[in-house]
Design a protein around this ligand. Structure first.
Ligand code: CA
Length: 231
């Protein structure tokens, strides 16, 4: 999942990118409202974290345009403005949640999980394929019920593949799911990533095939289920 982080305090940005990446989110960073609106045009974010005091204005003013670019995206406002009135204004302007600085990283992660839950529903069921399960909320991949530790990009790739299992996923879609705008991607880095993930799944006896369809993309499917399912 990709998160758009709109924040201008460099220390906090570094801390947030580190912590969000560690649990497998891909983070695009914007330091200004204008940059945030440009980044949102891609329409690929699962969540937006939005600071209020930004160099080019109050983050709240960007909410309508961010929502127009990405309808339905949850917006979590992060700010040092902690009066009741400030919080009320934030929620009235369409923020889904409001967290006051300084905050505990665990609380932010819990609020992100809450924001990502389907509206009105309980937690999302884990994705399953072969002997693998992937809990989207916990950000945890398991093989035969045992947690599997993967590098963050391997985890992001696995998530993107499992969400579309049984279907060929085009390379650009996977690259979007794995790399942020700021990442420098060497030409064969992606192929190496796929190779490593495939080898790791084989070592684990995960019961999945990761197939490269030359010129088309990549697909994951359960080894014992060669017929594609559509969901
Ligand atoms: Ca700020």
């Amino acid at each position: 999942m990709r998160i758009l982080l709109v924040e201008d305090e460099q220390d906090l940005v570094a801390q947030l990118v580190r912590n969000l990446s560690a649990v497998g989110f891909v983070v695009d960073h914007a330091g200004k409202i204008a940059e945030a609106e440009a980044a949102a045009q891609g329409g690929r974010h699962s969540l937006i974290i939005l600071d209020r005091r930004l160099p080019d204005g109050d983050g709240l003013e960007a909410i309508p345009r961010l929502r127009a670019a990405q309808p339905g995206v949850p917006i979590l406002v992060l700010t040092a403005l902690d009066s009741v009135a400030a919080r009320v204004i934030g929620l009235d302007r369409g923020a889904d949640d409001y967290l006051v600085k300084p905050f505990a990283m665990d609380e932010l992660l819990a609020r992100i999980r809450a924001a990502l839950r389907r509206p009105g529903g309980g937690p999302q069921p884990p994705l399953r394929c072969g002997a693998l399960t992937f809990d989207l909320m916990e950000r945890c991949l398991r093989a035969h019920g045992e947690p599997v530790v993967l590098a963050r990009r391997e985890l992001a790739l696995m998530e993107a593949l499992l969400q579309r299992q049984g279907r060929v996923v085009v390379r650009d879609t996977l690259m979007d799911a794995i790399y942020s705008y700021d990442d420098e991607v060497t030409p064969n880095a992606f192929d190496v990533l796929v190779y490593r993930l495939r080898r790791r799944m084989a070592e684990l006896g995960a019961g999945v095939d990761i197939l490269t369809m030359r010129g088309l993309g990549i697909m994951i499917r359960a080894t014992d289920q060669p017929c594609a399912t559509d969901d």
